[in-house]
Design a protein around this ligand. Structure first.
Ligand code: AMP
Ligand code: MG
Length: 341
């Protein structure tokens, strides 16, 4: 299959690209598009055959459910069986935006979308391209991140093509995605709201609106062949090809040791900690932002760049252990956990 990449740079190219993509989606095709978090890989959520093609393109296990994207609260309400008060409150406050809510599913959602489970994950994205695409199709779009299963998410169209060229019909290139990290996922199917996956929306903001603490989900929850409560709970997830070492100091000592062994190194100290001025040959270094929003926006971009460079080892300085860094820590932990699989 030839993957068509359409560059969006103004209103006219947006209208034309969205028009073509909407036709492809209505015909059961698969299209990657930018959202405010990362690139999504979309198909008609009401068409089981189209959704099956997302799983095939990504090599995603069928027990890993997908997020369904919609353009309005009314649209979302048609996709779930109940709309509890906390959902109404959170939608009012945070939609459109990087918040995914898990609710009891409506009949119209094919079971392949929910990995056979009784719940559906819903989100209303804010990115203008995502919104225009949903508007043009007049369909809910099932869309996981546009990367091969277990690999790092794509924050540019080039990253999508690195992994999915020839496997999907189309990519809408709307430039780099601003948030850089996946959405925050909350489960609202029981009386106690649970945080299933920390993400771009700070969970403290959710708790403030809900007026209560979110329960956290234990990482290994779920039997191996049961549907995962959340795909983000796959331990090996978001992992770059090279092994990742998370360290508490700036990491330069470890970089030197790896260099002595002849490795090519990717090094990601925090900007505040970087003391070394002249870097030895064989080290690709990026000083990472000192605050979590900026860090999240750069993380996958830097990891893709290091993959493209073909480094053998990645050394990352662990950011401060505070709540504001929760989502970043989660992704770094998973990236580093790959060797334990
Ligand atoms: P991604 O592949 O990065 O888009 O991840 C999809 C996300 O969808 C996961 O992290 C889950 O949190 C979420 N998800 C989708 N469907 C469900 C569901 N029925 N129950 C819980 N989480 C879900
Ligand atoms: Mg993903």
């Amino acid at each position: 299959m030839k993957t068509v990449c359409l560059r969006i740079h103004d209103d006219a190219s947006l209208a034309e690209a969205v028009d073509r993509a909407a036709k492809t989606l209505r015909d059961g095709g698969v299209v990657a598009f930018p959202t405010e978090t990362v690139y999504g890989l979309g198909a008609n959520a009401l068409d089981a055959g189209a959704v099956a093609r997302i799983f095939a393109a990504k090599g995603r296990p069928s027990n890993n459910p997908l997020i369904v994207h919609t353009n309005s609260v009314e649209g979302a309400r048609r996709l779930c069986a109940t709309w509890p008060e906390p959902a109404a409150k959170l939608a009012e406050e945070f939609w459109p935006g990087p918040l995914t809510m898990v609710l009891p599913k409506a009949e119209c959602i094919p079971s392949i979308v929910t990995a056979g489970g009784p719940t559906v994950a819903l989100r209303m994205p804010r990115h203008p391209v995502a919104r225009a695409l949903i508007e043009a199709t007049q369909l809910p779009l099932a869309a996981p991140s546009a990367n091969l299963s277990t690999r790092i998410s794509a924050v540019r169209a080039e990253h999508v093509l690195r992994m999915l060229d020839g496997r999907i019909e189309m990519v809408l290139d709307g430039g780099q995605t601003p948030g850089g990290l996946e959405s925050t996922v909350v489960d609202l199917t029981s009386d106690i709201p649970r945080l299933l996956r920390p993400g771009l929306l700070d969970s403290a903001a959710l708790e403030a609106v809900l007026g209560r603490k979110l329960a956290k989900v234990v990482e290994e929850a779920g039997a191996p062949d049961a549907a995962f409560p959340s795909p983000g709970m796959l331990k090996k997830h978001y992992a770059p090809l090279a092994p990742v070492r998370l360290v508490d100091d700036d990491g330069f000592e470890m970089v030197r040791q790896f260099l002595a062994q002849g490795f090519r190194i990717g090094w990601m100290p925090l900007a505040s900690a970087q003391t070394v001025v002249a870097l030895p040959l064989g080290v690709e270094s990026t000083a990472m932002p000192n605050e979590p929003v900026g860090y999240a926006a750069r993380l996958y971009e830097v990891l893709h760049a290091l993959e493209i460079h073909g480094v053998d080892q990645i050394v990352i300085q662990r950011p401060p252990m505070t709540d504001a860094w929760q989502a970043v820590h989660d992704r770094l932990q998973r990236a580093a956990a790959r060797d334990e699989e």
